[in-house]
Design a protein around this ligand. Structure first.
Ligand code: LLP
Length: 935
């Protein structure tokens, strides 16, 4: 169907503005996409304005034309002409008259041959050619600079002055990129059944007088005041239904062509959207939208599906390239939604920028970085208090047309940052500025710097979650920290060289700290990797989704007495309500065990019993040929009680344990690990003639939370390396033989390189000890807990370890993971008790509290929570999910999006198989949770 077959639109039909960038207009195939999209909007009943950029690379070519030596001008021009003619041929344009005219006018502007002078001097660029839209040429161009030129001038043709090849001439030259692409497009659309009127954007967009802009900025980086203007909309509607126009260009009050600066085409689309009060402005580009970080640096960055104007503005201002910051405010003022979409993947959701629903939790939305920042530090002694000092300082910035971004001040110093995207920065401008400033203060220019910014609504209420981020910055020199007064951003200015690798680390830290709320799937979409990373499969659906009915039954079933399953200690809850109840899925445990056993570089795997000592889990693990790592005689007892584990190897790894624990282990013949001098110094007879292992402290800790990092002086674990010599002497003296070295740096580590690094370090220490046979690399294997976090890459882990093993083939490698084997295998079922509204918060109470699952309270750990009774209902509420314990910290999940829930509903708390039941208590004298097993 073509537009000509559509019934005419009513006069009040909504407007939609579609904008296409340079790559989207560079091939005939891409023009077909434009045709399809514009025709689809028209078919939906909208009037359409298509705004286009110049063909990719053409604006740069035109800039080069402005600056290159006159001897090179002809060749540069020829390339540009060729480029457009090639595309015309590709597009099979029947009528290239208009485009050829623009090529001719470009030539006349840059290569003024004697015969062209008259046309150029006449300041009528097209030498009297009729405007494609028809109409008079003279409506406003004869006016001089008046106080208020008409807002728009439909039908008029603007002047492109050559003058003495100043900024205005540059603007006129560069405007040709868009004039050309839109002319090609108009012919192409019409030839393919969508008659589109060519509209000269300069007829509609009038630059406003901004008093502090210098001449250069006025010509090359102009701004337009665009508010909804029904008269303009009506006048355009009277002309037609579908238009194609140029991005990037406008006219000034004298009728000269001006440019809108970088990203100007987006801005043009926004101006048109605002003027027409469009129902939507769609920016079609080569990515799906804005992401939580630059995906080139952070492949795990998430698509931001909904943003409010302020957040989007902040993200665009602070580094995201997908949308130019200037284009948001016209839309915000006119309340026009902006949608970013990927031209090649129209099925991807995109980013919708508009007013956000009120019930949204504060969250960091994005982390961005800007390079090329220049800091200007101004030092004064005593002048700071002087009236007018700041005015003098800032007058210098104004004089040089520089807009200041961040400001930090002290008694004798004021430091400001200059952003290259807001300023036409070059070394001449900076030198001139510094010279002027030097008249009133001492100036230091620090460059190149980078600004790293966290963006999100309610930044101040998230500070407590940012400790990890601050610690990361703490390692390097930070020049300036600035918190925006609109509570939307927190910026750190650092040396540019520090940026490498920083963003991925910060992104990860923010997710882990619950500051970047990627669990809110209404706002955070898929990762860039999932969308573009070569089809990386999204995380598999968890097992419990397929076991809903069974789980709902279990939530009401009579308790299975622990005694029947042989669970020790026998502390069955008296509650028979069925909740709170842990449920363990043994197939998941077995699958995990097999995956670890399949690692070729690992000789032995021990399961850290502390993660979950449920007998059914221990049995399944023993059956898979995995040994046990125990931290107490109680854990040894549980393992000993199982027939299946009789042949399983055991380790005993106590820490600050009483003498008797060591004596017991020795008696039981369990491999024993010491981690200090004390046992050898004070109880040497226990170890005489025996084999022991030694746990060392490698001086650093890692893991999902400070409380689970087990390295460095601040941690109580391991023998400091400085005492190794003494330990070896004692061992020799008391005839204890060190057969293994051990290091466990922490829990919840997702960086695969960790274990191979530890392995290399232990291996070189082992050389020094001499008698070592095995290296125990500890546990700590993390599971991704936040949606979108990548799984630990076991194959990569194996490969990295295999490499170390090549260098040290004499050592066996051991691992002793807990969490990785069982975390995903367990869920906690809880029943909703009550709900309460308090201020703006909705509390959802349930019968599982911190006594049953302490991880959220202790580590701010994040567990997915769903309402199992209402799994298919829309998650319309934002809840604080809390338990029945008398502590304010009894919160299982803050700001969780769930369906509206009622008393009796069953909640499922996911990933509760590790350190859930095993850390539970009778606090408040509440019973322990029951546990059930799915075989
Ligand atoms: N080996 C030793 C010596 C350990 O201390 C631990 C855990 C492990 C192995 C097993 O680590 P895994 O693979 O599970 O990360 N309650 C905290 C975790 C504490 C881990 C204590 N030690 C949590 O819920 O995150």
């Amino acid at each position: 169907m073509t537009a000509s077959t559509y019934a005419p639109l009513p006069i009040d039909a909504p407007w939609v503005v579609l904008k296409f960038g340079g790559t989207s207009v560079a091939t005939a195939e891409r023009w077909r996409t434009i045709l399809d999209l514009a025709a689809a909007r028209r078919a939906e009943g909208a009037r359409v304005v298509v705004v286009v950029s110049a063909l990719a690379g053409v604006t740069d070519g035109l800039k080069a034309l402005c600056t290159c030596a006159s001897s090179e001008r002809e060749a540069t021009l020829a390339k540009l002409v060729e480029r457009h003619r090639e595309l015309m041929a590709q597009m099979q344009l029947a009528d290239a008259t208009e485009a050829e005219r623009w090529l001719a006018s470009l030539q006349a502007l840059v290569l003024p041959l004697p015969s062209d002078e008259a046309a150029v001097h006449g300041q009528e660029l097209r030498g009297g050619a009729p405007a494609p839209g028809g109409g008079s040429h003279t409506a406003w161009q004869s006016r001089g600079r008046g106080p208020s030129p008409p807002r728009y001038a439909l039908g008029a043709s603007p002047r492109l002055s050559r003058g003495e090849r100043g900024y205005s001439w540059q603007a006129a030259v560069q405007a040709h990129g868009e004039l050309l692409s839109s002319s090609l497009g108009a012919v192409f659309l019409a030839a393919n059944g969508l008659p589109a009127h060519w509209l000269d954007a300069r007829e509609a967009l009038l630059a406003r007088e901004v008093p502090f802009l210098n001449e250069r900025a006025r010509a090359l980086s102009a701004q337009v005041q665009a508010d909804p203007d029904p008269a303009f909309a009506d006048a355009l509607a009277a002309r037609g239904e579908v238009f194609i126009t140029q991005g990037f260009i406008a006219r000034d009050g004298d009728g000269h062509t001006v440019l809108l600066g970088r990203g100007g085409s987006d801005t043009s689309a926004a101006y048109f959207g605002a003027l027409l009060h469009a129902s939507r402005v769609e920016i079609w580009t080569d990515v799906a939208g804005m992401f939580s970080a630059d995906p080139r640096q952070v492949p795990g960055a998430r698509l931001l599906q909904r943003l409010d104007y302020d957040e989007a503005q902040e993200i665009a201002t602070t580094g995201a390239k997908v949308l130019h910051a200037r284009c948001i405010s016209p839309c915000r003022r006119a309340r026009v939604p902006l949608l970013i979409k990927d031209t090649r993947h129209p099925d991807f959701e995109g980013t919708l920028i508009g007013p956000l629903p009120p019930e949204v939790a504060p969250s960091v939305k994005a982390i961005s970085s800007r390079r090329g920042i220049t800091l200007v530090s101004m030092e004064t002694s005593g002048m700071w208090q002087q009236v007018g000092f700041l005015a003098d300082v800032f007058a210098a910035f104004k004089l040089h047309g520089l807009s200041v971004d961040l400001i930090g001040s002290a008694e004798t110093n004021v430091t400001v940052s200059l952003d290259p995207t807001e300023n036409l920065l070059d070394s001449d401008v900076i030198a001139a500025l510094a010279a002027d400033l030097a008249k009133v203060c001492r100036v230091k220019v620090i460059a190149p710097c980078a600004a790293v910014t966290l963006v999100g609504r309610g930044m101040r209420s998230m500070l407590h979650r940012l400790s990890g981020v601050l610690a990361e910055f703490g390692r390097e020199r930070v020049h300036l920290i600035s918190q925006s007064s609109n509570n939307l951003n927190l910026t750190f200015v650092v040396d540019e060289g520090m940026l490498d690798g920083l963003l991925p680390r910060l992104h990860e830290l923010l997710i882990r700290a619950g500051a970047l709320r990627t669990d809110d799937t209404a706002l955070f979409g898929p990762t860039w990797q999932m969308l573009y990373g070569g089809g990386m499969a999204p995380l598999a659906a968890p097992w419990w989704r397929g076991e809903r009915e069974r789980l709902l039954e279990l939530s009401t079933a009579q308790a299975v007495p622990h005694a029947a399953s042989g669970h020790l200690p026998p502390q069955a809850g008296e509650g028979t309500a069925g909740t709170p109840r842990y449920v363990y899925h043994l197939p998941t445990v077995r699958e995990r065990a097999r995956a670890l056993r399949a690692l070729r570089s690992i000789d032995r795997v021990y399961y850290a019993v502390k993660a979950n000592a449920h007998p059914a889990i221990l049995r399944a693990i023993a059956q898979e040929g995995i040994g046990f790592e125990c931290a107490s005689p109680g854990e040894l007892d549980v393992v000993d009680a199982l027939a299946e584990s009789s042949a399983s190897p055991r380790l005993f790894t106590p820490n600050f344990a009483p003498r008797d624990d060591y004596a017991q282990a020795v008696e039981r013949g369990v491999a024993l690990t010491l981690d200090s001098l004390f046992p050898l110094q004070h109880w040497p007879r226990l170890f005489a003639g025996r084999e022991i292992m030694l746990r060392v402290d490698l001086g650093r800790g890692l893991g999902h939370h400070d409380k689970v990092r087990t390295g460095g002086t601040a941690s109580k674990f391991g023998l400091p390396l400085a005492q190794l010599g003494e330990f070896l002497d004692l061992a020799r003296e008391h005839d204890a033989r060190i057969v293994g070295l051990h290091a466990h740096l922490g829990s919840g580590i997702l960086d695969v390189s960790h274990w191979s690094t530890v392995c290399g370090q232990l291996a070189s220490l082992a050389e020094r000890v001499g008698s070592v046979r095995c290296l125990n690399l500890g546990g700590g294997l993390g599971v991704p807990s936040h949606p979108g976090e990548a799984d630990l890459d076991l194959a990569a882990l194996d490969a990295a370890l295999a490499e170390v093993k090549l260098a040290y083939p004499q050592y066996e490698l051991w691992l002793e993971p807990g969490r990785w084997l069982v975390a995903d295998a367990g869920v906690l079922l809880a029943r909703v008790t009550q709900t309460k509204r308090k201020g703006s918060l909705n509390y959802l109470g349930c019968d599982a509290g911190m006594h049953v699952l302490i991880r959220p309270a202790l580590y701010d750990a994040w567990h997915d929570i769903v309402n199992l009774s209402r799994l298919d209902e829309p998650a319309s509420m934002l809840y604080q999910v809390v338990g029945p314990i008398c502590e304010s910290g009894d919160v299982l999940g803050a700001d969780r999006r769930l369906p509206e829930s009622a008393e009796g509903d069953v909640l499922l708390i996911a990933q509760a198989g590790a350190y859930g039941e095993s850390m539970s208590s009778h606090y408040n004298l509440r019973p322990l949770a029951e546990a059930a097993v799915i075989e």
